[in-house]
Design a protein. Structure first.
Ligand SMILES: [Zn+2]
Length: 419
């Protein structure tokens, strides 16, 4: 099933060797000459704000950022004055393969490969249109052909990083088995490994691996040049941090001491308070009946949402906590990733600027791309978005994405002031 889907996606995106005799249409690429952006309000991704700025792009990257508005004599100009311009958002935790089937229910493996491939492609497009120019999808094997098609063939979507799958097991799984699974992911082309240190919240949120096993997994990942992400609840949050794992998801039911240990260990902390549970509840009839999606599981998530808010606030109380932007978006949530900003600001207590930076420089650093994306500065990728309104004054602006550019290619722009 999975390999059939992968090969279908390869074919859809022109990567099949069977199409080699046909001249391919060149993928969309950044304009050959310079592109100049005229900006009246800029957030640079690091927490700095500027008024009246000219940004010059070349070959899909930011060449220079100049104070003042300078309309060039030649080259393309995009006038973004009146909007708030910032780096494209980065979501460090999504599930692009999760989508509705033809009946409007959560798709399962019985779906046709064509519908499954279309579903993941639509999720990627929706994410991009929502202002997310990079997402880390964790994980399904179909994310690899999607990632490669977007990166190498101009297939429309955000930059994708993938874990390809999850690593699950129990306290009896031998160390050598754990190491070999990590090495296998490396061979298959993963960007990171996603480890389940706790069972789903819908089935008890109980520990699976021991701290020793987490250390084996995260050490092997580091040795292979892969980042590690751990799904953890309760005291598994501190265990994963002590084990040297890099990013810790959810952290529901963790104590203030667990959060303290994780923050001091320097782990990226990834709570979700604004979208994932709300989306499950709003769409529960589309999910219930598949896998561990039961009425009881849905009720548990709704009843315990306040614990997610509590751990997020505990993180805010830690001076060294690196609270990274993530949504855990599944079917129904793709393209609405920015809803998480409302939870971060209104429930968790981040300032709008802190929340935005968590989706810019902090998220870029968390996924190992801190020197390439997440900032508007010379040398960085031309991943830029523009919002109607000022999110620092009214967060509602994050729902109104007027302009999306990734690597110098404009994917969304209703404005007319362009030549
Ligand atoms: Zn997830």
């Amino acid at each position: 099933m999975k390999s059939a889907l992968a090969s279908l996606l390869l074919t859809m995106t022109g990567m099949s060797t069977a199409t080699a005799a046909v001249s391919p249409v060149p993928p969309p690429s950044a304009p050959a000459g310079p592109t100049t952006l005229l900006i009246s309000h800029l957030l640079d991704g690091t927490g700095k704000e500027a008024r009246d700025v000219t940004v010059v792009l070349q070959h899909g990257r930011i060449e220079r950022v100049e104070a003042g508005i300078h309309t060039p004599a030649t080259g393309a100009v995009i006038d973004l004055r009146g909007l708030t311009v910032m780096p494209g958002f980065i979501d460090t935790h999504v599930h692009l393969d999760s989508h509705w089937d033809a009946q409007g229910r959560i798709a399962t493996e019985t779906e046709s490969v064509a519908d499954a491939a279309t579903g993941i492609a639509n999720a990627a497009w929706a994410s991009l249109m929502g202002g997310f120019t990079t997402v880390q999808s964790v994980g399904d094997p179909t994310e690899r052909p999607l990632r490669d098609a977007i990166r190498d063939r101009g297939f429309p979507g955000p930059r994708v990083l993938t874990s390809l799958g999850w690593i699950e097991g129990d306290a009896n799984t031998p160390d050598e088995t754990l190491r070999s699974v990590v090495r296998q992911r490396k061979t298959e082309g993963a960007d990171l490994v996603k480890i389940f240190a706790s069972s789903s919240q819908r089935v008890g949120a109980l520990p699976t691996f021991t701290e020793h096993q987490l250390k084996v997994l995260c050490d092997e990942a580091a040795a292979q040049g892969l980042r590690s992400m751990v799904h953890a609840y309760r005291s598994q949050v501190a265990a994963a941090a002590r084990a040297g794992c890099r990013e810790i998801e959810h952290a529901t039911y963790a104590s203030a001491q667990d959060i303290h240990v994780a923050a001091e260990a320097g782990a990226y902390l990834s709570p979700q308070v604004g979208l994932v549970v709300q989306n499950y509840i709003a769409n529960q009839n589309r999910y219930i009946g598949v896998g561990n999606y039961t009425p009881e599981g849905m009720q548990t998530m709704l009843r315990d949402l306040h614990f997610d808010v509590e751990v997020c606030r505990m993180m805010m109380a830690e001076p060294h906590a690196k609270i990274v932007f993530s949504t855990d978006a599944t079917a129904g949530a793709h393209g609405r990733n920015a809803e998480e900003f409302f939870g971060r600001v209104k429930e968790c207590g981040q300032s709008p600027m802190q929340a935005l930076v968590s989706a810019h420089t902090l998220a870029a650093e968390a996924i190992g791309l801190g020197d390439r994306i997440g900032r508007i500065a010379p040398g960085y990728e031309a991943d830029l978005i523009a919002l109607e309104g000022d999110p620092l004054q009214d967060l509602e602006a994050v729902r109104h994405v007027a302009f999306v550019m990734r690597s110098g290619v404009t994917y969304k722009w209703a404005g007319t002031a362009q030549r």
